[in-house]
Design a protein around this ligand. Sequence first.
Ligand SMILES: Nc1ncnc2c1ncn2[C@@H]1O[C@H](COP(=O)(O)OP(=O)(O)OP(=O)(O)O)[C@@H](O)[C@H]1O
Ligand SMILES: [Mg+2]
Length: 256
Amino acid sequence: MSSSETLLNVSDLHVEVAGHDVLQGVTLEVPAGELHILMGANGSGKSTLGLALAGHPHYHVTSGSAQFGGQDLLALVPEARAQAGLFLSFQAPPDIPGVKNQLFIRTAMNAVRQAHGEKPLDGFDFLKTARATAKDLGLPAKMLARPVNDGFSGGERKRNELLQLALLHPKLAILDEIDSGLDVDGVRAVTTLVQKLRGEGMSFLIVSHYLQMIESLQPNAVHRMESGRIAESGDIELARGIAKTGYAHLAAAVEA
Ligand SMILES: Nc1ncnc2c1ncn2[C@@H]1O[C@H](COP(=O)(O)OP(=O)(O)OP(=O)(O)O)[C@@H](O)[C@H]1O
Ligand SMILES: [Mg+2]
């Protein structure tokens, strides 16, 4: 796929959650190989967009469309979306007690490999790669042997999401506030990993509230979400303007 092709094409997407119309016509394109930032006030619908695209069962698409690599994303079950190369890191990664982290990640990787007609990973090779990648991300190797996120600190959960991203190597990664809760080394690990993967052709939609992180990612585009829609799109200047003046005056301007 050339860099000018659209990888993700969301058009007039409406999503209902628990009886509320949260997304009210999201239209957004992410071309292959690009990194886009999604900003927006708390409650504007950023996480809802990620969860709806990943296929979370509580998020009901009521109208609109989403194409991913030319496929109808919304027609696919969540596993098939992951197999097609879509990855979502959660704002609040959940625990999965009783499921060993290394087994969880290996199973996910093998499901994607199987979908592409590749052989499952050898257990020894997987562990070697997983341990080396965890080390690069500042995650102690012993976290691989613990149940997924069970008792993990906030920052350890975020590093564990990065580990999954690095090992699964999707086509498009939606990272929902991956930087929140991370210490300075963790934030640096995000930037380093994202820039490495981007160099390998991966595309990103990254939700962040922090200008320093956004600046370091050198995005191709920045979008501002408001009340379940993309209200504005631009370049890094949009993020700089938001960091300077906040969201409240924008909402006031709409109400006036
Ligand atoms: N399960 C739910 N039940 C009721 N309301 C919900 C549910 N999930 C989301 N919402 C509402 O949808 C709106 C959008 O939420 P969402 O989590 O997408 O916001 P966000 O932009 O990610 O905010 P933040 O910056 O705080 O993470 C909020 O008003 C939220 O309360
Ligand atoms: Mg959110």
